[in-house]
Design a protein around this ligand. Structure first.
Ligand code: PLP
Length: 469
């Protein structure tokens, strides 16, 4: 007997449900060549669905050649339909899982780096997009230059100087699809198999993946509460790195801000090693207890490649980011961007340009900064109240996440699963570690996209689980 299931609660039409199941049974050899399919009448009784549904599913399989019809006798599996299944790889993708799982569910998801999506300035952005659509020059509707629209790059260079102390001409900017594409282009231009990258440890796992995929070997440099431990960098004469990768404004994940002395030492190191520094400035606008720290790029614009993004200050869904490059690299990056996807969508760039130029971005950042400050306080206070001196907080002065360390506790997959069963999703620092075993007591708690009520409920649930362990 054939085991088939029909789920009327699914959005997939019944015909498609039946067709898909029969097709995979044929491909997987569960239904063999020459085997007769059940009659439409019999199957309709078994599955309690109309004969027409079954007939249509059979017709589809017939049209695609999976089965054959024999006059007066019914439907049979066609010959040579078995397709050996590839062994299933457990980890099919390098992409972080979980977003889809948590969206729309009741789980309290402390995923880092997601801004307050419900506060996205839909009305203003929408009006600007509409204006751009009506008024953009015809050239914006055609193929454009890989580095992006000059209008936006002019506005951006002024904005970056004003807010981040980045010194550049519009010609040094290449617009990208988020920081992620900027990092991929860096890997493409500067790395080849065997290249060396000196990189903060821990550091975003995705970034490690991008550099490793280009064949680079990663040399981890430890991080403390003030960011990269510059005195732990290897001998520049012996090392020959392609670049040093840093997140100096707000180290990801531990949250430190690189002090000026270390910044200067780092620039001196890069000069001695004759390598670049890649500065990933992914969320630096959100600094709560002091004004934003000026960029490393402002100290040496020909040594530092600056990577920026609008994912945290506006929305990751926009996929808008950029590179600010030393002059000698500009042309190679324009070529790499052209090879990758010609250019970033021009109308989006023009909308972003107006959004910045008319002052909406800075107004919006100031508004949400107040919101994040409250959420951060709520989270830190709740953790201290729940765990007293059994918790220590890292990196609370900036960004959209903190790290909480619970000395004596190991966030193993089993413990994380237990926490998730109670309705809270946490992200261990250890997942971002290159040298393992040093951060097992720490979790990253993103608070940007959680309400205060969710934060309080999440911490209460976490307390319940931790107390049992
Ligand atoms: C440190 C760091 N850099 C870069 C990115 C990528 O951001 P984007 O959305 O601009 O690709 C992230 C994303 O969370 C990040 O955490």
């Amino acid at each position: 007997m054939l085991y088939l299931t029909i789920d009327r609660g699914k959005s997939l039409p019944l015909i498609r449900q039946l067709y898909t199941q029969l097709r995979s049974k044929i491909l997987q050899g569960e239904l063999l060549a020459g085997q007769k399919l059940p009659s439409t009448r019999k199957l309709s009784e078994e599955l309690c669905i109309s004969r027409n549904v079954i007939l249509e599913a059979y017709e589809q399989l017939l049209a695609e050649g999976y089965i054959e019809g024999r006059r007066g006798s019914g439907y049979y599996v066609a010959a040579d339909m078995y397709l050996e299944q590839q062994a299933r790889q457990e980890d099919l993708s390098i992409f972080p899982s979980g977003e889809a799982e948590s969206l729309g569910s009741d789980i309290i998801d402390f995923r880092s780096g997601v801004p307050a999506l419900e506060h996205f300035p839909r009305t203003v952005w929408g009006k600007i997009v509409q204006r751009v659509c009506q008024e953009a020059p015809l050239s914006a509707l055609g193929y454009n230059r890989p580095e992006g629209r000059l209008e936006l790059r002019q506005i951006l260079s002024r904005y970056l100087y004003r807010t981040r102390g980045v010194c550049c001409e519009p010609e040094q900017i290449v617009m990208t699809s988020g920081a992620t594409q900027a990092l991929t282009l860096i890997a493409k231009v500067l790395l080849k198999p065997g290249s060396r990258v000196l990189i903060e440890d821990p550091i975003t796992h995705d970034i490690q993946t991008i550099f490793r995929a280009a064949g680079a070997s990663l040399h981890p440099v430890p991080v403390d509460a003030s960011g990269l431990q510059v005195d732990q960098l290897p001998d520049p004469a012996a090392c020959h790195p392609s670049f040093v990768f840093v997140t100096p404004s707000h180290q990801f994940p531990l949250g430190g801000t690189l002090p000026i002395q270390r910044r200067i030492q780092l620039i001196q190191y890069a000069r001695a090693a004759d390598c670049y520094i890649v500065e990933d400035d992914y969320d630096s606008e959100f600094r709560y207890d002091s004004p934003p720290i000026s960029s490393l790029q402002g100290l040496d614009d020909q040594r530092v490649i600056y990577v920026g993004s609008f994912s945290k200050i506006l929305s990751p869904g926009l996929r808008l980011g950029y590179l600010v490059l030393p002059r000698e690299l500009v042309q190679r990056y324009q070529e790499a961007k052209w090879f990758s996807d010609l250019h970033t969508p021009s109308l989006d760039q023009l909308a972003l340009g107006l959004f910045i130029e008319e002052g909406h971005l800075e107004k919006y950042v100031n508004r949400v900064k107040k919101l994040y400050k409250k959420r951060r306080k709520c989270l830190v206070d709740a953790l201290h109240e729940a765990f007293a001196d059994r918790v220590s907080i890292w990196g609370a002065s900036a960004g959209l996440h903190i790290v909480a360390a619970f000395p004596g506790i190991r966030f193993t997959p089993a413990l994380l699963a237990q926490i998730k069963d109670c309705g809270v999703r946490l992200y261990p620092v250890e997942d971002h570690a290159i040298a393992p075993g040093q951060h097992e007591d720490k979790v990253i708690l993103g608070y940007g996209n959680l309400s205060e009520a969710e934060i309080l409920a999440g911490v209460a649930k976490l307390k319940d689980v931790i107390q049992q362990n």
